[in-house]
Structures are given as C-alpha cells and as structure tokens.
Write a protein that binds this ligand. Structure first.
Ligand code: ADP
Length: 338
C-alpha cells in the first residue's frame, strides 16, 4: 500500500520550510545590496553636486543626475530578477529533493503497514479455518434428525479440538503482540534448571511417539533473563523437534558456555529436516516449511519460531539452524551471560 498523499504532504512541508528560508535570505540580501548600491550612488551624487560649475555645466550636471537615478532603478531591478531566478531554481530542485526525502521518510512506515496488513490477513485466514470447520460440523449435526447421543458427542469432541486450536492460535497472536512492546521481566535464573523443567514437561509427548529425549551436558549457569519467555522458547524448539521427528527417533538437548560471554543451547533431532531454501523463511510469521505436511495435521500455525526469535532477540541473543533434509536439524541458541 503506497502512501502517496502523506508523501506529497510531507514533501510540501519540506518545500515550504526550504522556501521560507530561501525567501528570508533573499529579502535580506536584497536589502543589503540596495543599501550598498544606494551608498555608491550617493557618493557619485555628492561628487557631481560639489564639482564647481566652471568644470561641470548645469545641463551636464542634470543629465548625470537623471542617468544616476535610472542606473539606480536598473540596479534594483537587476538584483530583484536575479534573486527571483535563484528562488525559482531553489523551488524546482527543492521540490524534487523534498519529494525524494519524503518518500524515503515514508518508506519504513509503508513497510510496517504492509507487514501489519499481511499479518492481519494471515491471522484472519487461520482463525477462519477452525471456525468454518466447527460451523459446518454443528450444522450437519443439527440437520441430522436421527442424531443420537454417541454421534452428538463425536461432533462435540471434534468441535472441542477445533476450539483448542483456536485458543492456542489466539494465545500465540496475543504473545506476538505483547512482544512488540519489547517488555521483559528479567531476573537471575539458573538456565540448567529451566532446561531440565522444559525437558520434563515434554517427556510424556516424547514417550507417546517413542522418541528418546536426551539431556546431555547442562552446566549450572546463571543468566539475567525473562524466565517465562525463555521457557516458551525452549518449549517451542523441543515441541518442534518432537513434532518433526518420526517415531523411534531421538532428540538431544545440551548447553555449554561459549566464548566466555554466552551460553549456547543446542536442540538436535534426527527428524525430517528442513530444505536449505526454506531455512531463511522458517522464522517468518505463519510460515510452514511444507504445506502438505502441515495440512496432514502434524504442524501448528507457523508462529512458534517467530515468537522464539523475537524473545531471543529481546535478550540480545541469536539463533542458528543447520539441517540435512531427511537426517537431522540442529537449532543453536546463544544467550548472553549475566
Ligand atoms: P509450526 O507451528 O508450524 O511448527 P514454527 O514456526 O514452529 O511453526 O516452525 C515453522 C516451520 O519450520 C514448521 O512448519 C516446520 O516446517 C519447520 N520446522 C521447525 N522446526 C523443525 C524441526 N525441528 N525439524 C524440521 N522442520 C522444522
């Protein structure tokens, strides 16, 4: 969405400022020049008047004086037309420059608006899908004259599933909007304990899929961070690692001190992997690497990694991904030590 009108208004404002300064200086220059010219002509006049009649007859004296007046008026007109020309040139070039600068000023706002409207469109689309499923299921159930308790319960269960998807989506959306405010409630936390807790919380899902969860090295380390935020981050990575690893696979979690200033946490799985072309997009909102796979029900809404990245960024950390499709994926998160 291009913001032409605001750009034009801004350019107009810039140009008005430029022209105000230019006209102000032109008037000052005009005044000073006129004074200077007047002083020069006054000196000439004095010389003409004070020259004795013997050397300068009266008629020649009158002619010199009238020529002097004409020259004075010509000089004034000349200065005025030059200043006018300068101002016209400033107006034209200033107009172009103002429009160029205004467009550059507006561009980040345009980009933010585009991102926001894309986000709203994506969010509405994602919210609509489970609601449409629920609506059609309820309609089908209501139209069935022989609906018994068993099938009614089945419909309700299915609607409940869609509802829980809606709740998780709205929670993610809320979280994303809260992260825009860039507010963290930081405290000293022991990162090893936090990782252990997240691993414990994901054990049951891993067991259901017969996936080994291995917490390798996890040295005690304190960092200044938002506890709930980081819990969310590790949950997202661990949940993805389990989700995108076939039954019988393995997920390894390890943390270590890195280059004295950071703590590096790695989450490695031997799952389906991510294609190199898709890696650059996986942190984008609503991006899902493989539409077919996510449609088959294993994926979420493509918001997890963008939430994780926002939280890690707010902590001044970084995330790296290496992946071999069909073999493994490693997410390495670096967080600055307190
Ligand atoms: P989703 O809710 O779809 O998992 P995410 O933002 O968490 O959304 O992840 C974005 C996409 O990145 C996923 O749809 C998936 O295709 C890919 N992805 C993330 N983690 C992994 C992983 N460990 N292995 C393979 N693909 C992954």
């Amino acid at each position: 969405m291009k913001l032409h009108r605001p750009a034009l208004k801004l350019a107009g404002l810039y140009l008005a400022i430029i022209m105000f300064i230019s006209v102000f200086f032109s008037l000052t220059i005009y005044q000073l020049s006129i004074q200077e010219v007047y002083r020069g002509f006054s000196r000439q006049e004095n010389v003409i008047i004070q020259t004795p009649q013997l050397f300068l007859p009266q008629d020649l004296r009158d002619e010199l004086l009238s020529q002097r007046d004409e020259q004075y008026e010509n000089a004034k007109a000349d200065i005025l037309s030059r200043l006018f020309l300068v101002n016209i040139t400033i107006l034209i070039t200033g107009g172009f420059i103002s429009y160029y600068v205004a467009r550059r000023t507006i561009r980040p706002i345009e980009e933010a608006r585009e991102t926001q409207s894309r986000f709203i469109a994506d969010a509405s689309h994602e919210l609509r899908t489970p609601m449409a499923v629920m609506q059609s299921e309820i309609e089908v159930a209501l139209m069935d004259p022989k609906l018994n308790l068993k099938s009614a319960k089945e419909h309700m269960n299915s609607s409940l599933e869609e509802l829980s998807k809606l709740i998780s989506l709205s929670e993610s959306l809320l979280q994303l909007s809260q992260l825009e405010d860039e507010v963290l409630s930081k405290s000293q936390i022991e990162i090893s304990k936090l990782i252990e807790e997240v691993v414990r919380n994901n054990k049951s899902v891993a067991i259901k899929k017969n996936i080994k969860l291995n917490l390798l090295s996890n040295p005690k380390q304190q960092i200044l961070a938002d506890k709930e935020g980081l819990k969310k981050v590790f949950n997202i990575f661990l949940d993805n690692a389990i989700k995108y690893t076939p039954k019988g696979g393995e997920v390894r979690i390890s943390s270590k001190k890195s280059d004295g200033k950071n703590i590096a946490i790695s989450i490695e799985d031997n799952g389906i992997g991510i294609k190199p072309v898709e890696i650059k997009n996986i942190f984008d909102r609503f991006y899902r690497a493989d539409v077919a796979r996510t449609k088959s029900g294993s994926g979420g809404y493509g918001l997890g990694l963008s939430i994780a990245k926002s939280i890690v960024d707010l902590h001044g950390g970084s995330i790296e991904v290496t992946s071999t499709p069909g073999k493994r994926t490693i997410f390495s998160i670096k967080l600055p030590l307190a």
